[in-house]
Design a protein around this ligand. Structure first.
Ligand code: NDP
Length: 474
């Protein structure tokens, strides 16, 4: 179904506008003004996020991954907060050296080794790529070499584990809490540096947003694309490496620890490694495409991204593997196959939905979705300078099933990771709870933006595709 908005005869400035760029940019990213609710949320997150990460990791270290035992222990007077803190491993030179080496190595892979993967991997988009148009009208260039960094890092990891034996493959697990302090130091340093930089030497002064509220600016970032030199882009580096490259290494370290402790690696641990490995590899395979997603093309670089990528992601996205070190779960074949299928179907939906939109927008609708020419709703929106733009919202394929079916697939995959851990504790289910909140919030945030951007055309779209995530439910 193709419908046309009023004013069709007006000049088509942007027939296809994949990033919602240019005109609508003012509605993206973080706010210009801070309301009390945003400020309260920022203060809450700044205070409690580091404590949440500490609490989860400490619970595994001292209470076998029980989230309730530390509280009951303290409330019953069996333990004091100081006892828990005193039992927590502190920062060590060993961890500091490992972390310094790790980050330096990733920086070198990022800035010194131009991508060669795109030269021999058919279909892979790497090398120098353009990002989205920024609010100030700049199009940044990025060196997309994350897949290569991932391959080199993992090749070296396996070479060490099976041949060189420079260090134990359990090294990450064995230093997990001391490394937490190092990750925090980097997260806070990067965010603080980015804030100072935005005042004194911003990469693009026109792409800075100041609200006047220090906490909000620190958390949500001021500069849109802070860079050092021409190529070191904070958002691309911290978003992908060191956090996401580390994700699969962390899981491998957990598997090695299971092998060391129990003489075998359980099928649940293999499932976590495989399913999350697919997700990570997908991220790097599509790194150029991620330049056009909300994280890269709409968020400013502050503590939310800097600390989040260094600490929150590697520590909380890997809780299933950590849990399985303390509670090795051997799944029945039927359960293992069921979880594998859930994870693979979730991944398929996630990837295909994203692919369908990408193809649709790239070809301006001149493509086939599920074997047919896609149906769409034609939309218009007006920029602040009064220029009228046109875009299309597809209602075929997965985009006709629900308005954010890519998120649904993501959530199915997330649930599969958690189910590998059985039902002994709530801790490994943190991921699905968190992702549900994150993606539901993102749905609402995105729809709010789309609704103000497309106004009555968005209404026509939501009438044609009434559900957000699960048809008939939400
Ligand atoms: P989407 O890729 O879903 O993009 C949303 C935008 O697409 C809208 O703002 C609109 O932009 C456009 N759009 C909406 N509906 C349609 C339609 N029917 N046809 C064509 N275009 C449409 O959002 P994200 O960037 O949030 O997510 C990208 C992926 O990243 C998702 O798969 C998500 O699951 C994943 N993700 C993972 C996270 C993690 O931590 N693991 C965190 C966040 C995301 P326009 O203005 O151009 O019309």
């Amino acid at each position: 179904m193709a419908a046309f908005p009023e004013g069709k005869s007006e000049e088509r400035k942007h027939k296809n506008n994949p990033n919602g760029s240019g005109a609508s940019q003012g509605q993206w990213g973080r706010a210009w003004e801070v309301d009390w609710f945003s400020l309260a949320s920022v203060l809450f997150l700044l205070t409690f996020s580091p404590l949440i990460v500490y609490y989860f990791i400490m619970s595994c270290d001292q209470y076998h991954c029980s989230l309730t035992d530390p509280i009951t222990d303290v409330l019953m007077g069996n333990s004091h907060l100081s006892d828990i803190w005193n039992k927590t491993p502190s920062l060590s030179w060993k961890a500091a050296n490992i972390y310094l080496f790790w980050v330096t190595f990733q920086v070198m892979l990022y800035i010194l080794v131009p991508d060669f993967c795109h030269k021999f991997l058919p279909g892979y988009v790497g090398g120098v790529q353009e990002g989205a148009l920024t609010p100030a009208g700049t199009v940044n260039k990025y060196e997309i070499n994350g897949l290569q960094a991932w391959i080199i890092t993992h090749a070296l990891w396996f070479a060490n584990a099976y041949y060189f034996h420079w260090f134990s493959p359990t090294i990450i697990f064995d230093n997990w809490i001391p490394l937490l302090w190092c990750a925090n130091i980097l997260g806070y340093t990067a965010s603080t540096f980015a804030m100072i930089k935005s005042y004194f030497f911003p990469s693009n002064p026109n792409d800075c947003k100041f609200t006047g509220n220090l906490f909000y600016d620190y958390m949500m970032g001021i500069e849109f694309n802070p860079r050092i030199g021409k190529w070191f882009d904070f958002k691309l580096f911290f978003n992908g490496r060191p956090g996401i490259v580390a994700w699969t290494l962390i899981n491998l370290s957990y598997a090695a620890k299971q092998q060391e402790l129990y003489g075998q690696v359980t099928n649940s641990m293999i499932l976590v490694n495989v399913l999350q490995g697919i997700y990570v590899l997908d991220f790097f395979w599509n790194e150029a495409w991620y330049l056009k997603t909300i994280d890269i093309c709409h968020d400013h670089f502050g503590w939310y991204l800097g600390w989040g990528d260094c600490v929150w992601l590697p520590y909380l996205y890997t809780l299933q593997g950590l849990y399985l070190v303390y509670h090795p779960v051997q799944l029945s074949t039927a359960n293992a196959v069921g979880i594998l299928l859930l994870g693979l179907v979730g991944y398929y939906i996630f990837r295909m939905t994203n692919h369908q939109k990408d193809l649709f927008r790239r070809t301006d609708g001149n493509c086939k979705i599920w074997g047919k020419k896609p149906e769409y709703i034609e939309c218009s929106y007006t920029s602040v300078d009064g220029t009228k733009y046109y875009s299309k919202l597809m209602i075929s394929g997965f985009w006709g099933v629900a308005r954010h079916f890519n998120y649904t697939g993501d959530l199915m995959g997330s649930l599969a990771y958690c189910l590998t851990c059985g039902f002994g504790h709530i801790l490994p289910y943190f991921y699905i709870i968190y992702m549900t909140i994150l993606l539901t919030h993102r749905c609402i945030r995105d729809e709010h933006r789309c609704s103000s951007k497309y106004s009555k055309d968005w209404k026509r779209y939501t009438t044609a595709v009434p559900y957000r995530l699960i048809p008939g439910v939400f």
